[in-house]
Design a protein around this ligand. Structure first.
Ligand code: KG4
Ligand code: ZN
Length: 493
């Protein structure tokens, strides 16, 4: 059956059927309009020379629970299984949204409907006396329980070995091992060192996650692993571990996109990701601006860095100022006492001529060089610099360019949401300016808690769970590490 998602344009057809099926009990046109318009609701209809059936589902975000709002089939079309098929579609939707139960109420004298719901797995949990007025008929409350999949996710794209476990949209464990300290003497992530560290950390981190979630490997329904973008050698360790676990335990495997994982992490925070959203992902490995309309099927990379990542720029400038790795937190601290207007450092790719070709791209290498020149020149001239002013002015330049481009994207694509992710969101000034500018522009700002912003296994598990809940088939074992995986590929086949 070819169902259509109903919109307010279908209101008159819906009301015609509503009035013919429910007569005295029918909803008013105004209530029906607000039902169909509500962003929490999902209405489906079946058309055959006019509307012959419809049904609606409501899911309050973060409640893990859905309600069947209504279902109606025209009297002429009964007995063809349309009601059952509509219900099955709504249940599919509830499952995909991460609901753990679906509730409905039905007239106690409607035995046909009650047995249909029972055959779909609904159980009677309560009766509301004289609920339906003016007929004075009781309502039976029925519930269907949904067991959402238990998914284990592995993340090894850069220097964090993460293993997370979720059940549907619920976070159960988020174990992490970082090899950041091992990179400190080199002033940046060394791919070979990261890969070796993943190898050592993967088994203990896996065990930690299982213990934290209180589950065993045999309980896991599916395994998800980030297969890109990231460092090839580092990715291979996580992928090897995931494939080994999948094979040894006979579990389906999902190879997922690390960047989309960052966007999806918000599900674990509040039960859903409000879409569409612009996402700004800033870490030591990436600086990406995304337009996401559908997490599992419609993400566009608007721009990215053409040289250093934002976090990398912090790390490199920290080195120029003689600060240890990772430089981000160090510069942030130092900048707190400096004057952000002391020095005007360049904003990469922000001149009119750059904006044509690189409207949403970033470049931090010129900024890094400008800071280095400034410090060198002062030394050569025998002047003492004020490191706090340099740090504050540099930080201001990074924050300004990141947020200017992100907010331009919001305005140009008519999206009133901005989601931040990646380790650089720890930056105090970035958070402050993001809040100010989003408030001024009427944009909703989302910054998931820090442990979900940085690279972690839970966001990978969560994206895997969303694929499972929506009925996507697993990946084949043939996938490999894709260091430059495109954001349009949410799952590798
Ligand atoms: O996402 P993340 O933890 O890991 C990877 O990139 O793999 O990000 C780490 C990056 C480092 O470059 C670090 O310097 C930067 O995030 N960072 C910061 C701050 N805290 C961490 N950058 C600016 N300000 C901070 N407070
Ligand atoms: Zn990342």
């Amino acid at each position: 059956m070819d169902f259509k998602v109903l919109t307010v344009d279908d209101l008159s057809s819906v009301m015609e059927l509503e009035n013919s099926v429910f007569v005295s009990d029918a909803w008013s046109s105004e209530s029906m309009r607000s039902e169909i318009e509500s962003p929490n609701n999902f209405y489906l209809g079946l058309f055959e020379d006019g509307l012959i059936g419809y049904a609606g589902l409501s899911t309050i975000p973060g409640s893990f629970s859905s309600d069947i709002q209504t279902i109606a089939v025209s009297s002429a079309a009964r007995g063809r299984g349309i009601g059952r098929a509509l219900m099955q579609e709504l249940l599919r939707k509830a499952k995909a949204q991460g609901s753990e139960q679906v509730l409905l109420e039905v007239r106690i004298d409607n035995q046909v409907a009650i047995s249909l719901y029972a055959s779909l797995g609904f159980e009677r949990i309560d009766v509301r006396k004289r609920y339906y007025q003016p007929d004075n008929v009781d309502a039976v409350i029925m519930r269907l329980r949904i067991t959402q999949p238990l998914v284990l996710g592995i993340e090894s794209t850069c220097d964090e070995t993460g293993v997370g476990i979720v059940r549907g949209n619920r976070l159960l464990a988020n174990a992490l091992h970082s090899s950041m300290d091992e990179h400190s003497k080199y002033g940046g992530v060394v791919p070979e060192v990261a890969a070796r560290a993943h190898l050592e950390a993967i088994a203990p981190t896996l065990n930690k996650a299982l213990a934290e979630a209180g589950v065993q490997m045999k309980d896991i329904d599916a395994i998800a692993v980030a297969n890109g973008p990231g460092l090839a050698g580092a990715l291979m360790v996580g992928i090897g571990a995931a494939k080994g676990l999948a094979l040894a335990n006979d579990k389906p495997i999902y190879a997922v996109n690390h960047l989309i994982g960052h966007v999806g992490a918000d599900v674990l925070e509040r039960g859903y990701v409000q879409l569409p959203t612009i996402a700004l992902l800033v870490s030591g490995g990436h600086t990406s601006l995304l337009l996401v309309r559908d997490l599992l099927g419609d993400a566009v990379l608007l721009g990215e860095t053409i040289d250093d990542a934002a976090g990398e720029a912090f790390d490199k400038v920290a080195r120029v100022l003689g600060l240890p790795y990772p430089g981000g937190p160090q510069i942030d601290k130092l900048a707190a006492t400096g004057d952000p207007k002391a020095i005007r450092f360049p904003r990469g790719l922000s001149l009119p001529k750059d904006m044509e070709k690189h409207r949403y791209d970033f470049s931090f290498s010129g900024l890094k060089t400008a800071v280095a020149r400034y410090v060198e020149k002062a030394e050569a001239d025998g002047e003492t610099i004020n490191p706090a002013d340099v740090a504050a002015s540099f930080r201001e330049a990074v924050v300004d360019v990141l947020l200017t481009k992100a907010l331009n994207a919001c305005a140009e694509f008519g999206v009133d949401r901005l989601l931040l992710g990646g380790g650089v969101v720890a930056n105090a000034r970035l958070r402050e300016v993001a809040q100010q500018r989003c408030e001024a522009a009427g944009i909703e700002l989302r910054i998931p808690r820090f442990s979900l912003c940085t690279d972690n296994g839970a966001m990978i598990a969560s994206l895997g769970a969303q694929l499972v809940m929506s009925g996507h088939a697993p990946s084949s074992l043939g996938f490999g590490a894709e260091s430059t995986l495109e954001v349009t590929v949410v799952q590798s086949p």
